[in-house]
Each structure stands twice: as C-alpha cells, then as structure tokens.
Design a protein around this ligand. Structure first.
Ligand code: ZN
Length: 112
C-alpha cells in the first residue's frame, strides 16, 4: 500500500512530467488548445520524408509518454493508481518511484 506522502510525491512528479511533455509537444506544434493534434498535423506536414520520420518517431514517443502520464494521473484521481492493468496486483512502490507512469507490474511487463 502506498502512503499518502508517496502518492503526493508521485503526483507531483507526474504533473511535472505532464507539463514538460505538453511543452515539448506544443513546441512541435502537436498540441493545440490542450488537445493532441498529432495525426492531423502530420497529414498536413510538408517536411521532407526523412526529417519527418524522425520528428514523427520523437513525437510518437512524447505522445505515448503523455498518454501514460495522463492515465496515471486519472488513476490517482479515481483511486486505482498503483495496480497492474493486466493482473490487478499492486505494482511495487520502488517501481512506481522509478517510473510513476508504469501501467504494469514487473511480471506482466517482462512477459510483453
Ligand atoms: Zn501484472
């Protein structure tokens, strides 16, 4: 069971990560009005293919991280934070401290 102080530390680092990711996506023009506009923007992009591939890969990573971080924040709000999404077992606190947005316990993550 995670203590209140651990949970508030994790929430703080998730919120920090969320704002960093949002800032980077906004810089790349992929976030408008707080919403991800990934697909639409890339469809309209006129960048050369090679460059675009790199940007897409980076943007994809940032977007996936943001989705994970926002899912973790939502779980903090609804009280399901810290449970593995596959097996439902609690994720060890050490793992959450290393990666607050972790969705899976070590066992499930290693099976993927
Ligand atoms: Zn699991």
């Amino acid at each position: 069971m995670l203590s209140e102080s651990t949970l508030s530390d994790l929430r703080a680092s998730l919120e920090q990560e969320q704002s960093d990711l949002r800032a980077r996506l906004t810089e790349m023009g992929l976030l408008s009005g707080g919403e991800l506009s990934f697909d639409q923007n890339f469809a309209d992009s006129s960048q050369v293919t090679a460059e675009r591939g790199e940007v897409e890969a980076l943007a994809g990573n940032l977007r996936d991280s943001l989705i994970d971080v926002e899912a973790a924040l939502a779980k903090l709000d609804n009280g399901t934070f810290g449970n593995c999404e596959l097996c439902g077992q609690p994720i060890p606190p050490a793992r959450l401290e290393a990666k607050p947005a972790a969705r899976l316990c070590m066992d499930c993550a290693s099976k993927r």
